[in-house]
Structure formats: structure tokens, C-alpha cells
Write a protein that binds this ligand. Structure first.
Ligand SMILES: *Cc1c(COP(=O)(O)O)cnc(C)c1O
Length: 371
């Protein structure tokens, strides 16, 4: 049977996103799961992931976890917190920070939230005061790129404060890892979470954790869920040399492996970051030229996704704009702000400068309310 890979539109949504033909082709087999060939592939994936951030990663290890990215965040939160005498401080300025707090509270973990506005970065003075004042806080969680708005949070400063106060640190870098350089060991972060379908440019199906080995070793018996037991998954992967505890998303893992090879071929994270930054610049300049205003001040804007305010025109209706763009080959993302209506355009995935120029043309043609 001959299969044509079709691409009816580009996904400008941060996960699932537009993938290469090679990544899609890697899934065109009924891949087996319970044998050494597959386990070796998993070990290779884990090794390559660990080499991506650079620096001395000898204290770190990786764990892959089935499910969407949120499942992996939940597995870390639910496995890293001690049963008693653990308290989590969450720095939130968007939906994904709020979600970490919701997960923790659902798991009956003692949780405090320092919430900034969606368009502002966390107040670091308040953060430091909270850690000085409340010695019962044992862990801190923060989001790297808050995909709600595309704001880039100051994780270097957050890590410096958390570590100076001797707290364990979880960074949700779901939409940042692989697309923005981050010196994980230099910042001394304990747990970094990301997933297959973001900047590595794979398809959805699992997430991964880059964690300090000695921290992970303390998590035995702490998990509040059997299937999301991070320690359980890690010890199985270590002792079984790439074996998952339960059915693994084999096709997704093969696609992810291909995506890792393509990332290396592109020149690693620095080259990918440069491409995303260029995509971002073309979109922002083009959209501002058409009269759209970005939500996030330029100095805090990440190269991952940009949120725009809708046009102030009584004839504008988002679903109609969305459909007009989709007909022209581009799928964008509705907003996720609590305070204001917005829409978002992603800059990540197998998309390039020429695609971004085409997008701006398509946006101009789709501005039905001006015609
Ligand atoms: C995508 C994303 C997640 C996970 O979302 P899922 O829908 O569960 O994959 C978590 N945090 C951030 C910052 C994200 O961008």
C-alpha cells in the first residue's frame, strides 16, 4: 500500500505542532515493544536527551512517562513531595502555573501559590521573602515559558534564589526545553519536565523528566498514584535497560527518536532557537504592521509563542477569523487568558521563515472586518 503524507495546514499551535515528513514516516510501522531492540532505542533516547542541555549532566538522569505533558508534571509533583512535612510553593503567572497548584492540591499536598498577573513575571523579592519567612516550604515549582501568553519567566534568577535558600526546584519547561538553551546543571535544577510534542518536534504521547539522580532516589514510596509513580518508572527503566512499566507509546517513541536526530542535524538547540527567534520576529513585525498588538512586553516575550489582542472592531469574531486562516493553510490557537480575549500564534515546529511570510499574507487576506 502506498501512503501519501498529507499536510492540509500548518499547525501554529504549541503541541501538537507541525512535524517533518521524517517524523511522520517513523510511525508507519507496527513497532514492537517487549524486546531488546526497542529497549536499546529507549536508552538511546534517554542518553540523547541528557546530552541536549550541555554542561556537566553526570548527576542527572531521565525518565519517560506515558501521557500528555500534564501527566508527567503530575508524576513529578506526586512523587517528589514527602508524605509529611512537605510544602510546595508555586510561582504562577498563567494557566500552566495554576495547573501545577491544582495538581498539588488535588493530591492533598500542602501548597502555597504566589500568583502574578498573566502579563507580569513573578516578583522575586516576594519570592525570596516567602522562602525566608516560611521554613516549612520544601519545594518550589515554576514555569519556564508560560504558554498561556508566551511570557518567558526568569528561571536563572528563580533557581538562584531557590538554591541559595536550599529548596528543591521543579521547572515546567514543557514549551521551552529544546527550543531555548537552558543550563540545567549550572542552575542546579532538580527536576525539569517537557514532552514529546513541543520543541523537540515529535508527536504527543509521552513526557520526560530530567532529574537529579540523588533526588529521584529519595522518591521511593512517595508516589500518590501507582501509574504515575516517577520513581517506579525510573527504577524499571534503569534495571530493565529501557523497559517501561506499562505499554509504551512505541510509535511516538520512534517518531521522537527521529525528531532528536533531526534536531542534531539542524545544529542542536542553538540553531533551533535561532530559527524560532526568526519565526517570532517575522510574525511580530508582520502582525504589528497589520495593526495587531502583542500582549507581552517585548523584554519578556519568548520566541515560542506570541499572544495578540484581537482587533477593536465590532465586526471581528474569532471563529470566523480562525476558519478563514485555516482555509488558507494555517491553524492558530485561541487565547487562554483569564483577563482578556486574545489569540496566539506559535513559532515552534517544522515551520520556517517562508511559512511565516505566507502566514502574514494569509492574515492580511483573512481580515474580513476591514473589507
Ligand atoms: C503544553 C504544556 C503543558 C502540558 O500540556 P498537555 O496538554 O498536558 O501536554 C504544561 N505546561 C506548559 C507550560 C505547556 O506549554
Amino acid at each position: 500500500m502506498k501512503t501519501a503524507i498529507s499536510r492540509p495546514y500548518l499547525l501554529l499551535t504549541p503541541g501538537p505542532l507541525t512535524t517533518s515528513c521524517g517524523v511522520k514516516e517513523a510511525m508507519l510501522h507496527d513497532w514492537c515493544t517487549w524486546d531488546e531492540d526497542y529497549n536499546r532505542l529507549v536508552e538511546d533516547v534517554r542518553r540523547r536527551l541528557l546530552s541536549l542541555p550541555g554542561g556537566d549532566m553526570s548527576r542527572y538522569t531521565t525518565v519517560l512517562m506515558q501521557g500528555s505533558g500534564t501527566f508527567t508534571v503530575e508524576s513529578v509533583v506526586g512523587s517528589m513531595m514527602p508524605a509529611k512535612e512537605g510544602k510546595l510553593l508555586v510561582l504562577a503567572n498563567g494557566a500552566y502555573g495554576d495547573r501545577i497548584a491544582t495538581i498539588a492540591r488535588t493530591l492533598r499536598i500542602d501548597t502555597v501559590v504566589q500568583r502574578a498577573k498573566d502579563v507580569e513575571i513573578p516578583d522575586l523579592t516576594l519570592f525570596e521573602q516567602a522562602l525566608s519567612r516560611d521554613r516549612s516550604i520544601t519545594h518550589v515549582a515554576a514555569v519556564h515559558v508560560e504558554t498561556t501568553t508566551g511570557i518567558l519567566n526568569p528561571i536563572v534568577a528563580i533557581a538562584e534564589i531557590a538554591k541559595r535558600h536550599d529548596r528543591r526546584l521543579l521547572i515546567d519547561s514543557m514549551s521551552g526545553f529544546g527550543g531555548i538553551g537552558m543550563d540545567i546543571s549550572g542552575m542546579d535544577i532538580d527536576y525539569v519536565v517537557s514532552s514529546a510534542n513541543k520543541c523537540i518536534q515529535g508527536v504527543p504521547g509521552f513526557g520526560f523528566v530530567i532529574a537529579k539522580r540523588d533526588e529521584l532516589a529519595k522518591c521511593e514510596g512517595r508516589a500518590r498514584s501507582h501509574s504515575l509513580d516517577l520513581y517506579g518508572q525510573w527504577s524499571q527503566m534503569e534495571s530493565g535497560k529501557g523497559k517501561w512499566r506499562f505499554t509504551s507509546p512505541t510509535h511516538v517513541v520512534h517518531a521522537f527518536y527521529q525528531a532528536l536526530l533531526e534536531l542534531e542535524k539542524e545544529g542542536g538547540i542553538p540553531s533551533r532557537e535561532a530559527r524560532y527567534r526568526n519565526n517570532c520576529r517575522i510574525v511580530q513585525e508582520g502582525m504589528e504592521g497589520l495593526g495587531f498588538k502583542p500582549v507581552i512586553p517585548r523584554q519578556y516575550q519568548s520566541p515560542i509563542i506570541t499572544a495578540f489582542y484581537p482587533p477593536q472592531h465590532p465586526g471581528y469574531h474569532f471563529p470566523r477569523f480562525y476558519q478563514a486562516l485555516k482555509r488558507r493553510g494555517f491553524v492558530i490557537y485561541p487565547g487562554k487568558l483569564t483577563e482578556a480575549e486574545t489569540f496566539r500564534i506559535g513559532h515552534i515546529g517544522d515551520i520556517h521563515a517562508e511559512d511565516m511570510h505566507q502566514l502574514i499574507k494569509a492574515v492580511e487576506e483573512s481580515m474580513y472586518w476591514t473589507k
